[in-house]
Design a protein around this ligand. Structure first.
Ligand SMILES: [Zn+2]
Length: 208
């Protein structure tokens, strides 16, 4: 049986995080997210964590070489199957990763930008308890959590921040599709389906 080394790609608001959690659990493999990895290394006070912290405290991006050091030591601790969610994010990161390890499956959630924007405008925030929920209809405005607060849309802010993140994704991460396709490990999944259907399609790929 092939090792299950899976990389999950997808634009913001594509449901990638949820799919990643479910898939990692299903395959019983650890899930690497660079945010979590950074926090862990910083908490541990490791050399590479301290290096990363310097960049972050200075309000700068942590450079690829620092991130890659963390990923490399994480891979050494988790050699028997894993899932990556949010890494690699750029072509240089993907190329550097390929020199350390060969992923078995690259799975990209494909969701058109219009659909992602629609999903974001469905999100509402409770003015009382602050929870964020997705509503099914435009006149749904009672908070399901505290049953007291009023749900309001933060769509404008959310759309602005989505726009930035989506354009970053388009510019930096989309080139990975061609790169991985050229290596023969690339699979696209229609992310406009229900989460359950998306997950079933992902399982079809990794259980082949
Ligand atoms: Zn509430």
């Amino acid at each position: 049986m092939k090792d299950k080394n899976v990389i999950l790609l997808g634009p913001p608001a594509s449901g990638k995080g949820t799919q990643a959690r479910q898939l990692a659990e299903h395959l019983s493999v650890p899930c690497l997210g660079t945010g979590k990895l950074l926090r862990n290394e910083i908490e541990k006070g490791s050399a590479v964590g301290l290096e990363a912290k310097e960049y972050m405290d200075g309000g700068r991006y942590v450079p690829d070489e620092v991130i890659l050091k963390m990923v490399e030591s994480w891979l050494a601790e988790n050699p028997n199957g894993w899932l990556m969610d949010g890494f690699p994010r750029t072509l240089p990161q993907a190329e550097a990763l390929q020199k350390i390890v060969q992923p078995t499956y690259i799975i990209a959630l494909d969701v058109p930008r219009e659909e992602l924007e629609f999903r974001i405008t469905k999100r509402r925030e409770c003015t009382s308890c602050g929870i964020t929920v997705a509503v099914n209809s435009i006149d749904e405005n009672a908070c399901p959590e505290c049953e007291f607060g009023l749900l309001i849309s933060r769509a404008d802010d959310a759309l602005d921040s989505f726009k930035v993140r989506y354009e970053n994704y388009e510019e930096l991460t989309l080139p990975l599709f061609d790169y991985y396709a050229s290596l023969g490990t690339f699979n696209k999944v229609d992310g406009t389906q229900s989460p359950k259907e998306v997950f079933a399609e992902i399982l079809n790929i990794v259980e082949k």
